[in-house]
Design a binder for this molecule. Structure first.
Ligand code: AMP
Length: 197
C-alpha cells in the first residue's frame, strides 16, 4: 500500500497568558510529535499588542512550516487538542489565551465550512501573522492574500517587535530551538524547497 502524500501546511501560534514563549515553544515541540506531521521550520518569536478587550498582556507569536499526511479537518483537531492540553478555555471573544493555534494555509486546499476556513481569513490583516509567516515561507503565494513576503513588507508593524525573554529560555524552548529557524537555514537562491506555491 502506498504511503499517504505529505502536504505542506503553515501554522500560526500565539499566547498571552502564563509563560507565552514557553507555551509556544512547547506547542511546536508537541506538534512535531503528532503522527503524520513533520516539522520543517519555525519563525523567531515576536511580541505583539493584543487586539480585543483591554487591558491584556502582549502576545508571543510565531509561525511554523510543516508537512502533513493528515486531512485538513484532522489537522485542525490536532491543533485544538494541543490548545486544550495547554489549558485553553473559551470564554471571551478576542480574550486572552494560553495558546492559540491557527491553520493558516494548506497547499492546494480551499475550505469554507462552519468548522474550517482555508486559507485562514485573517492572514492579510495581521502583521503578527504575516511577519512570522514570511520568515518561514517568504515566497508562499496564498490565494486571496498574495506573496507572503511582499505582504509582510507592506504591513503595519507598529505593534510588533521581536520577543526578548527577560529570563533564560526554559528547557522546552531549548529543544524547540533545534528546529530550523530562518537564521539557521538560509532561503535557497533558486526557488522554494519547502512546498511554497
Ligand atoms: P479561535 O481560537 O478564536 O481562533 O477560533 C477557533 C475556531 O475557529 C475553531 O474551533 C475552528 O473550528 C475555527 N476555525 C475555522 N477556520 C480555522 C482555521 N483555518 N484555523 C483554526 N481554526 C479555524
Amino acid at each position: 500500500m502506498s504511503e499517504k502524500p505529505w502536504t505542506p501546511a503553515w501554522i500560526g501560534l500565539g499566547a498571552n497568558l502564563g509563560s507565552p514563549e514557553r507555551q509556544v515553544a512547547t506547542a511546536i515541540i508537541t506538534l512535531a510529535q503528532v503522527p503524520g506531521v513533520k516539522m520543517l521550520r519555525r519563525s523567531r518569536y515576536w511580541r505583539s499588542k493584543a487586539i480585543g478587550p483591554q487591558p491584556q498582556p502582549d502576545y508571543c507569536n510565531a509561525a511554523c512550516a510543516i508537512e502533513t499526511q493528515l486531512e485538513p479537518e484532522a489537522l485542525l483537531n490536532a491543533l485544538l487538542d494541543l490548545e486544550d492540553a495547554a489549558g485553553r478555555t473559551r470564554t471571551q471573544r478576542w480574550g486572552p489565551r494560553v495558546l492559540d493555534l491557527d491553520l493558516l494555509h494548506m497547499q492546494g486546499v480551499l475550505r469554507a465550512t462552519t468548522r474550517l476556513t482555508l486559507p485562514h481569513p485573517q492572514i492579510s490583516r495581521r502583521a503578527f501573522v504575516l511577519v512570522p509567516l514570511a520568515e518561514v515561507a517568504p515566497r508562499l503565494d496564498i490565494p486571496g492574500v498574495g506573496v507572503v513576503g511582499e505582504r509582510a513588507a507592506d504591513c503595519d508593524r507598529s505593534d510588533l517587535r521581536l520577543w526578548l525573554a527577560s529570563a533564560p529560555p526554559p528547557a522546552p524552548a531549548t529543544t524547540a530551538d533545534s528546529i530550523a529557524t530562518p537564521t539557521s537555514i538560509p532561503a535557497p537562491a533558486d526557488g522554494p524547497t519547502d512546498g511554497e506555491s
